[in-house]
Design a protein around this ligand. Structure first.
Ligand SMILES: [Ca+2]
Length: 306
């Protein structure tokens, strides 16, 4: 008999007999040890129930452990195919990227060069731009219910803009650093360079939930630019040619996208010109990625590697 079958049978027996288990064990011990004092018999009955429970608990623990291990080992790895290559402003230090209504929205960083832009996908032409003045270093952006939210790196200050006019509507505060930003239609989803992702209520910017991103048991740190795509969080990792696909309920990494070789060697020279920027065209299912100071933006299709 397999261990699983044994555990199942034992659990069924326990469930069926549980309400009267104490009584049955007492009758049994009473018949066997009728001459023993009542106090001793009661102890024997309880010990019997405990002894029967221990294997069941052991079975349960083993089952949960068995469930976790294969999941950890089975995180799929994806590669890519380039569908289209588009021009991208090589002066844009990309910190936030969104696709909405046929255009890209982009946030660029570095003090004195920070901005919010609307960009034509096909040409890379900047159609609309508002500068973010020093001392602020702009970071992630997201568009939620007609408003664009933009983070700054180390000032704990965010800006809110009208999504069409780029008119500034307000500001908000948050604890710690601001790196990437996305939303799930309800909450702002914020990364801060650690493995922590916070969910902020856009009504008052209070933290409603925090998840710790882990690959198996290992924390996945330096989470950068984000995108919420079809129920998952996609996250760039700073200085890595890979994107993590994250379960927003648990923080578990449920897939890796390997993008090594996407931009040919020599196309950028700055060591900070790293992959950063994920956007998704919900209408047509198109997936876009670029990097800081990259001259190109790519539409890619994911391929399963393992
Ligand atoms: Ca994004």
């Amino acid at each position: 008999m397999s261990r699983e079958t044994y555990c199942l049978i034992l659990l069924v027996i326990l469930l069926v007999t549980r309400p009267s288990l104490d009584t049955r064990v007492r009758i049994l011990t009473s018949n066997l040890f009728s001459s023993w004092p009542k106090k001793v018999m009661r102890r024997t009955a309880l010990s019997g129930a405990l002894l029967l429970s221990i294997p069941a608990l052991a079975c349960q623990t083993t089952s949960v452990a068995n469930l976790k291990t294969p999941e950890k080992d089975k995180v799929p790895i994806y590669g890519y195919q380039v569908v289209h290559t588009f021009p991208h402003d090589p002066g844009a230090y990309t910190q936030g990227l969104v696709f909405r209504d046929g255009k890209l929205l982009e946030s660029t960083g570095q003090v004195g060069h920070s901005s919010l832009r609307r960009v034509e996908l096909e040409t890379g032409k900047v159609l609309q731009k508002v500068d973010v003045d020093a001392p602020y270093f702009a970071e992630g952006i997201t568009l939620l219910k007609g408003k664009i939210y933009q983070l700054t790196w180390q000032h704990g200050l965010g800006f809110i803009y009208d999504a069409w006019t780029f008119q500034k509507l307000g500001e908000f505060n948050y604890q710690g650093e601001g790196w990437g930003l996305a939303n799930d239609g309800q909450f702002l989803i914020l990364s801060d360079g650690s493995n922590r992702i916070r969910f902020l209520d856009p009504a008052n910017f209070e933290v409603r939930k925090t998840i710790a991103v882990v690959d198996g048991r290992a924390p996945v740190n330096e989470l950068n630019e984000l995108e919420y795509i079809q129920g998952e969080i996609y996250a760039n990792l700073w200085h890595a040619d890979r994107i993590a696909r994250i379960d927003p309920r648990t923080g578990a990494v449920i897939g890796w996208i390997e993008l090594t070789g996407l931009l040919a060697r020599g196309e950028v020279s700055d060591e900070e010109a790293v992959l950063n920027g994920i956007a998704f065209d919900e209408t047509n299912g198109r997936f876009f990625v670029t990097g800081k100071l990259w001259p190109k933006l790519f539409e890619i299709r994911l391929t399963r590697k393992s």
